[in-house]
Unconditional design. Structure first.
Length: 568
């Protein structure tokens, strides 16, 4: 459950720390006090889109931190997959700067926003205007059915999608081989041209490196030859005025060797110089060999230049180096051969396509049967919740129609429909005009799905739209019942809902030094009585409205005891 919110510089909130408890939490306050800002802050820290206008005026960043107790096994599994350490708390923080840069952390580890949304979906569910749109849209109804009946259809759906993906692969391959009119022939000609062009170039894998090495030698042949000749002469030929290094060292060794019998200490020196003598002799032979093979050939240099130019042209078209060019040729050669022999391949692919379609129809029908059973069970549960909130005369029906086409979720079209008055035809949820009816329908649906998902905390925002009196009382009792299994938050303007709360928070707005501040505080019993009296009587709180408020709270306390007994 949500234990604490820490908010800094978010809209009208400068600095706020507020702790929450389990049970039924109500937030109320005058219109414009900032109740929606608090919900926006929760949405923000859980990963929703962010508008920079929500950064408090005059500040360069905003920060929100939410602390949850770790109760959902799904949350723990997700944290483990993301290598995030967790024991009994989940601490989510999000910080956004005016520059647009954002830092998101879970238990101190930075994560992507997409990962945050996945985690937060297991911690808290917000029932507000946006979520209503998701429930109203018929294209989303199949996912609600599948999530509700996950244990029954998960393996079937996975099997279906595996075959569905194979079918799409086969379809794409057939299209690739057949193409549009005339395109196949054009592609064959184009591939043939590329293959022939690369083959005609007679490229070799290491050719580029060899050419570069030859180019360096040939382009510097004159300088290399001159240097080698100087070195060779110094080492072996010498000059008219001096011996070569080779001959001089030989003379030194000969003279030292003559002293070995009378002066043994020179033996080691002599041995060392002899090693050097043999090394120099070897080096002289190497220089002679290289020198004899170094020559300047203008024609060969021109050929190397043209060959490097040719290879660079191929690199622009086919790959970053010769190896990639040759790999590209091999790949398109396979494609070319497939196209040339496409008639046989296409026939085999079409046979495979028909086999996969037959398999999908079988699994699709199995999915349809399971969804129909899930829908029947769900209808009963939703109808029970509708009865509880004063829509006992309504008829709720989930239509599961099997169509003759495949999609990623099977072959079914699922739609939630309702008739709220006897004699009226069933219609889709988005066609419900009454705001009061729609609020209650959404509450009934949300009640069933929240219980299934085992989400620890739920926020109901704008749930009291278009309702009052007895219906408001029914809605209040339903939310209180939910709060026995989940931590519930409700933003409300109705005394019937506020009076049944376990904790009541007052959201207010004040102006200080020409700046506006939103404040939130938990109210005591006396303050709660006064706030409910304000809800009843408007701006004027009289002795009568105060007595009425106390009576409502007393009745609500009695009802809470009864509801607890019914649940247990």
């Amino acid at each position: 459950m949500l234990l604490q919110l820490n908010i800094r510089n978010f809209a009208l909130i400068e600095n706020l720390t507020i702790s929450f408890e389990n049970g039924f939490n109500v937030l109320s306050g005058e219109t414009g006090s900032g109740k929606s800002i608090l919900i926006d802050a929760v949405n923000y820290v859980l990963g929703s889109k962010f508008n920079k206008d929500l950064i408090r005026t005059g500040e360069n960043k905003t920060f929100v931190e939410a602390i949850f107790s770790l109760e959902n096994s799904k949350t723990y599994e997700m944290l483990k997959e993301l290598d995030i350490e967790a024991e009994d708390l989940v601490i989510i923080s999000r910080e956004t700067f005016q520059t647009g840069k954002s830092i998101t952390k879970v238990n101190g580890k930075s994560i992507l926003l997409s990962a945050l949304k996945t985690i937060s979906g297991t911690l808290l569910d917000i029932h507000g205007q946006h979520e209503n749109q998701n429930l109203l849209a018929p294209e989303n109804h199949i996912s609600y059915i599948d999530n509700y009946g996950e244990n029954r259809i998960k393996s079937i759906l996975e099997n279906y999608r595996e075959i569905y993906n194979k079918l799409n692969t086969v379809k794409n391959k057939i299209f690739e081989l057949t193409g549009k009119d005339g395109e196949r022939e054009k592609l064959i000609d184009f591939l043939k041209y590329q293959i022939d062009e690369i083959n005609a170039a007679n490229l070799k894998a290491n050719e580029e490196e060899e050419l570069e090495e030859k180019y360096k030698v040939l382009s510097n042949a004159e300088r290399i030859n001159k240097t080698l000749n100087v070195c060779y002469s110094a080492l072996y030929n010498g000059t008219d005025n001096s011996q070569s290094i080779y001959d001089s060292l030989g003379t030194v060794i000969k003279e030292l060797s003559s002293l070995e019998s009378s002066f043994p200490k020179v033996k080691d020196i002599c041995n060392s110089l002899q090693d050097a003598y043999y090394n120099i002799e070897g080096s002289i032979e190497q220089i002679r060999s290289i020198k004899e093979n170094i020559y300047y050939d203008e024609n060969e240099l021109e050929y190397i230049n043209s060959r490097i130019y040719q290879i660079n042209g191929f690199k622009k078209k086919y790959g970053k180096n010769v190896r990639e060019i040759l790999q590209y040729r091999d790949n398109i050669k396979n494609q070319y051969e497939e196209l040339i022999n496409s008639s046989e391949i296409i026939e085999e692919l079409k046979r495979e396509q028909n086999r996969l379609k037959d398999d999908l129809k079988v699994i699709g029908y199995e999915l349809h049967k399971e969804r129909s059973c899930i829908a029947e069970n769900l209808e009963v549960k939703i109808k029970h919740e509708l009865d509880f909130v004063g829509l006992e005369k309504s008829v709720f029906k989930i239509l599961v129609d099997m169509e003759d086409k495949f999609n990623t979720n099977g072959m079914d079209k699922v739609q939630f429909t309702i008739s709220t008055n006897p004699g009226e035809p069933l219609k889709s949820l988005e066609k419900v005009v009454s705001g009061g009816e729609l609020s209650r329908i959404m509450l009934a649906l949300k009640t069933v799905f929240v219980d299934k998902d085992q989400i620890p905390s739920v926020i109901f925002d704008e749930i009291d739209t278009g309702i009052s009196g007895r219906i408001a009382q029914c809605v209040a009792e339903k939310m209180y019942s939910i709060s026995k299994k989940h931590q519930v938050f409700c933003v409300t303007h109705l005394p019937q809902i506020a009076c049944i709360s376990d904790m009541h928070y007052w959201v207010s707005k004040e102006i200080k030094d020409e700046k506006t501040y939103t404040r939130v505080r938990k109210m005591n019993e006396e303050e709660k009585e006064y706030e409910i009296a304000r809800m009843i009587g408007g701006s004027q709180v009289t002795k009568l409205t105060l007595e009425h408020a106390k009576e409502l709270i007393k009745m609500a306390d009695t009802k809470k005891i009864q509801l607890k007994q019914d649940i247990s």
